[in-house]
Design a protein around this ligand. Sequence first.
Ligand code: AMP
Length: 206
Amino acid sequence: MKLIFLGPPGAGKGTQAEGIADYYGIAHISTGDMLRSHVRQGSPLGLEARGYMERGELVPDGLILKMVEQRITASDCEKGFLFDGFPRTIAQAEALEEICDIDYVVDIDVPFERLVKRITGRRMCPDCGSAFHISDYKESTCQRCGGKLYQREDDKEETVSRRIKEYSAKTEPLIAFYQAKGKLLQVNGDQSRELVAKAIREELGV
Ligand code: AMP
């Protein structure tokens, strides 16, 4: 099974991707998590990507594609994988077509006016990547693994509007791209995480 989760920043892609990847026993590939790990390690890719990420801009396609092509050769991808945050441009989607055949693209739709609050209230676990929202989780440590929660630098208000603009300009056209290929499944992301999870399973027929 090869899936893509699409949606604006703050739509809940990461949270939902986790559950579905577990269900199918496939790898959850978040290009954002991979990049943040490179930045933390100070790798050459991390050093190149860092400035773009801090400004809320997309990292150049060439860097992302190289990273993804390598990632999907790992042994945990044998049964399939779920891309979360990739592809983000038409060029990335076209390049992906050359390397594998995607089964479905799940688009999690959330009205733009809801996104800023969802993103700025988000707190992340650096150890397991889980996300929590300050409106329904008040602890400072991760519920799953005990890691110390932090706010992503690019989740601060200054950067969020830039990220949403990047999404509208460069990523949203992927909805029509995959619709034209008959691969698009659309889900209302503006409801509780349990209901979003249920809607995704219904769309996937599982
Ligand atoms: P995310 O965690 O998916 O919100 O990604 C965080 C940041 O990483 C984005 O704002 C981009 O700067 C960068 N990024 C992640 N995935 C991609 C991608 N597929 N293409 C370009 N930039 C990406």
